[in-house]
Structure formats: C-alpha cells, structure tokens
Design a protein around this ligand. Structure first.
Ligand SMILES: CC(C)(COP(=O)(O)OP(=O)(O)OC[C@H]1O[C@@H](n2cnc3c(N)ncnc32)[C@H](O)[C@@H]1OP(=O)(O)O)[C@@H](O)C(=O)NCCC(=O)NCCS
Length: 337
C-alpha cells in the first residue's frame, strides 16, 4: 500500500475534505441521533470549510496515492485580555474545531494524526503557540485515541438533553423567578461563585480579572435582550442559585440550533448545594423551554468538574463534543539548542 504524503491544504481540497466530514458525521449521527441530519451531506461542510480554510493559520492535507485521506486546520487565538473570550481561551493558543479535521474511515487515526499534527505543531511551536486545543465529536473512540496518543487530554465537554421533565413535584422552600437588568449584581455574584468553583482543584481554571467588565456587559446585554431568560432561585427567601440561558449561545453547530436553547451558567450557592435547588432550577427551565417550543438544551461543563459534570449527566445530558488540550512544555523554546 502506498504511504501517506503530506502537503499544505488548499482550497482545491475543500470538496474532498467536505466529503470526509460528511462521512464522519454520518457515523457520529449513528451514535448520536440528535445531531443535525443536514450535515450528513457534504454541501454545508464545503461552505463552512471554504471560509475556515481561507483564514486558517496552519492547514495541512494527508494523501494516499494522490487521494485526500485526512486534513487538519488550526487557528491562532489571540483574544485581548479584556474580552469575554479571554476568560476561557489561553492567550497565544491554537484552536482546531471539529470542522477543521477529518480522517477517512479506512485510515488509522493514530497513524495519520501523528504525521499530520507534527506538521501543524512544528509551525505553531516555532511561532510561540504552546497550548493546543482540538474539538472532537463525542464517542469516536478511535479518533480520541489518536489525540490521546499525541498528549491531548479532555478539557471541556458539550452535552445536550431533550427538554422533557426533570422531576415531579416542587422542592419545598425553593422559588424560581426570572431575572431582569436590575438583578445584574446578583447574577455577577453567582457568576463569581461559579468562577471560584472552576478555579479550584481539579479544574484550576484561572479567573481573568481583566475579563470581568466584559462578562458584566455580556450578562447585562443578555438580561436586557429578548433572547432567553436568566432564572434565579431563592431558598427560604435568600438567593440560592441561577441558571442562565442564551440563544443560540455556544451550542456546537453539529446540534441543530433551530429548537435548541443554551444553558450558559448554572450554579448554586455552596450553602444551598445538595438540597434540590439545582434540580428545581432545571425543572423550571426545562418547563419554560418546552412551553417556548424548544426541543433540546445544550451546555458546556469542565470535563473534570466533580460537581457539575455528574449533576448534568445524571439529569439526562448526553456528551456531544469534547475539547481536548495539549500544553507543550515551553522550555522547548530555549532548551536543546
Ligand atoms: C452542580 C450544581 C449546580 C447542582 O446544584 P445542587 O443544588 O447542588 O443540586 P441538587 O441538590 O438539586 O442535586 C444534587 C443531589 O441532591 C439530591 N437532592 C437533594 N435534595 C433534593 C430534593 N429536595 N429534591 C430533589 N433532589 C434533591 C438530588 O437528587 C441530587 O442527587 P444526584 O446528584 O444523585 O442526582 C451545584 O452543585 C453547583 O453549583 N456546583 C458547583 C458549580 C458547578 O459545577 N456548576 C456547573 C457548571 S457546568
């Protein structure tokens, strides 16, 4: 069998690359039927890729006997410290979305990625990009193995549930209301509680002080807009937690957006945890979502979150994407020369 050859990815590769993405999506959808049926066709992927390939910082193709069998694009991420995205994205990092890579089903992802990623990573590290992230659709064990083999670990997961009921009956002493712009300080205080939780072990997500005004502006904008509600729970008359919603928010586009609502921040005050507040909030919000005609709800959680991850998974959320991360040892920039 002829070996794999590597070369830069060009716009001429878009149709074949889109076909690889469509074939992968068909397999993904066989595992996760809630994924978008439209993306089983190459057409929408070609449109997305056309734009992505034009702006990609690094783009390589793998061929076998002249045929495209895999490709990998990556984007430099350089968010200014005062932006909302700076809270979640390390400065000078590299990002590959699930639309930015695909491998022919007949190839071994571990073997192909070892070659393809070597090309991208060589240039990225040369340019000073040491944190590398890649998004994969959940449940593709062979693809995940290919990234694990390169030193990537799971960092963030997106998960989706239908908007069906969560439980029967109310939790005594807990009342849920819809927040308005006048509640911005309550929202920001609970958002900070969530940030403190994410900053703790084993997530260790830094709280970027410079991004706080942007987060405030973002939440205020959402509270003033007509998009989706922010729900606040009170327990025995005291603020106890919140679940905030956005449309379309950050729902990965493999999940159809038309009937989906995004759960942005979900948190319960430490003093009120494990008393049914989070469950009551979810019951309330899913009832609202059903009444609005939304069929699914999507959220992200830190994969390592010992509190949020099991809570959402036990309440019917099914992982749809995972973001994997590798942090290259920066000493390589000066050592061994
Ligand atoms: C995750 C979190 C939002 C859950 O909220 P919570 O109020 O603690 O959750 P609940 O009390 O409703 O549910 C926790 C458990 O208590 C049980 N429970 C206790 N009293 C209950 C009651 N009266 N009615 C229903 N369930 C009750 C639930 O069944 C649940 O059990 P389970 O986890 O085995 O299913 C909350 O723990 C939290 O803020 N964690 C830190 C921040 C975080 O991780 N947020 C998510 C970010 S993605």
């Amino acid at each position: 069998m002829p070996g794999i050859a590597l070369r830069p990815f060009t716009s001429d590769d878009v149709p074949a690359a889109a076909a690889l993405l469509a074939a992968r999506h068909q397999a993904d959808r066989a595992r996760l039927p809630l994924l978008s049926p439209k993306l089983e066709e190459a057409g929408p992927w070609a449109e997305i890729l056309d734009g992505a390939a034009r702006v990609a910082s690094y783009a390589f193709a793998a061929t076998r006997a002249g045929r495209l069998v895999a490709f990998l694009l990556a984007d430099q991420q350089n968010f200014a410290p005062g932006t909302l995205m700076a809270q979640w994205t390390p400065p000078h990092s590299l990002s590959t979305g699930y639309q930015d890579h695909a491998i022919d089903a007949g190839e071994d992802p571990t073997e192909v990625l070892r070659l393809l990623y070597a090309e991208v990573a060589a240039l990225a590290v040369r340019d000073g990009y040491f944190v590398h992230r890649v998004e994969i659709v959940a449940g593709d064990a062979a693809l995940q193995e290919g990234w694990l083999n390169l030193g990537f670990g799971r960092y963030l997961s997106a998960a989706t549930r239908d908007t069906g009921p969560v439980m029967i009956g109310d939790v005594p002493g807990v009342a849920v209301s819809t927040a308005g712009a006048e509640d911005i300080e309550v929202v920001m205080s609970l958002a900070h509680t969530l940030d403190l939780h994410h900053a703790a072990s084993p997530m260790f997500w830094p709280i970027i002080r410079e991004a706080r005004p942007a987060a405030r502006a973002f939440n205020l904008d959402a509270l003033q807009g007509a998009g989706a509600p922010f729900f606040i729970a009170n327990r025995d008359g005291k603020t106890a937690g919140m679940q905030t919603f956005l449309r379309p928010g950050f729902t990965p586009f493999v999940v159809p957006h038309d009937h989906d609502v995004y759960l942005f921040e979900g948190v319960v005050d430490p003093a009120s945890r494990s008393a049914g507040v989070g469950t009551e909030l979810l019951e309330h919000s899913m009832r609202w979502a059903r009444e609005q005609g939304y069929q699914t709800c999507t959220l992200h959680f830190a994969s390592a979150n010992p509190s949020g991850a099991p809570f959402w998974l036990r309440h019917g959320f099914v992982p749809v994407t995972h973001t994997m991360e590798r942090h290259v040892d920066e000493r390589i920039a000066w050592a061994n020369r």
